[in-house]
Design a protein. Structure first.
Length: 280
């Protein structure tokens, strides 16, 4: 007899299973984005549902004929309350609109996605894998590594080949950068471009996607003082890898106060310059 609790488990297979709750594994990046958007909207729906039921219960309980026998047109009128329940839905719609527009833009440009074959993805957590292989990131499926946390051993054995290293050097000479978080001892790579050059950003992401834990992020950008104009930009962020430490040491040094890093160009960079890095 099948365990009753099994109906609450999401079965991560590429075919439907009896009593399955949740979606099947995606075979295309578009469906992965749809599932993410579905989960995001579902969160807001739960919050809205609880809020509406709480308001209805309060109205029934506190404003019944016994507790409030005399009703007056302006007795419970509140401008602040009306502002709250008018502005709050607008803010929720804006929070849903940004990921929705991003997904629509990606799905409206199928040329940005290469033809993907139906690929069965392993459901074994990466943290449980014990391997000595140097190829620990799956290639060929966009977004296959999203939301996967690599263990320290997997990060330590990750290496960048010469071509990818040349590309990173080229990006660092332009709009690329390497940063440390406050809690991490290994850096991560960031590439930033205006949204007008999204096709180029996406091609860069196709190269770096095996080393990224999320899709590119769209930022509305700050408004310039006096003009009121903002320039949206897109950022690609990789995971933190020890293999990026030599590049960070090559391009960055601490300032005089020693509080943060500044980007510098030294003669040690000459050994990394080649046609690929100069082209990027």
């Amino acid at each position: 007899m099948k365990d009753f609790t099994s109906i609450f488990n999401i079965i991560l297979n590429d075919v439907a299973e009896p009593w399955q709750l949740g979606f099947q594994d995606s075979a295309a990046p578009g469906f992965t984005g749809l599932v993410t958007l579905h989960n995001t909207i579902g969160f807001y729906l739960i919050v809205i549902s609880f809020s509406v039921f709480w308001v209805l219960f309060s109205l029934i309980y506190y404003y019944n004929s016994n507790k409030n026998p005399i009703a007056h047109k302006y007795l419970t009128h509140g401008t602040v309350l009306e502002l709250v329940w008018t502005i709050t839905p607008a803010l929720i719609l804006i929070a849903i609109a940004f990921p929705s527009f991003r997904l629509l833009y990606l799905m409206d440009n199928p040329g940005l996605f290469p033809d993907l074959a139906l690929t069965a993805l392993a459901s074994i957590p990466v943290s449980k894998i014990i391997t000595r292989s140097t190829e620990i990131v799956p290639f060929g499926v966009i977004g296959a590594n999203n939301n996967i946390r690599l263990n320290k051993h997997s990060r330590d054995i990750t290496v960048f080949n010469n071509e990818l290293l040349s590309r990173l050097v080229g990006h660092l000479l332009g709009d690329g950068s390497i940063h440390y978080t406050r809690t991490s001892v290994t850096p991560y790579f960031v590439f930033t471009q205006t949204i007008k050059r999204f096709e180029y950003i996406w091609r860069v992401y196709l190269t770096l996607s095996p080393y990224c834990g999320r899709f590119p992020l769209i930022n509305p950008g700050p408004a310039f003082a006096g003009k009121g104009i903002s320039y949206p930009f897109v950022q690609i962020m990789t995971r933190s890898y020890p293999a990026l430490i030599p590049l960070h040491e090559l391009f960055y040094q601490k300032n005089i106060n020693g509080n943060n890093y500044i980007k510098v160009i030294s003669t040690d960079l000459l050994q990394y310059l080649n046609p690929i890095s100069l082209a990027y």
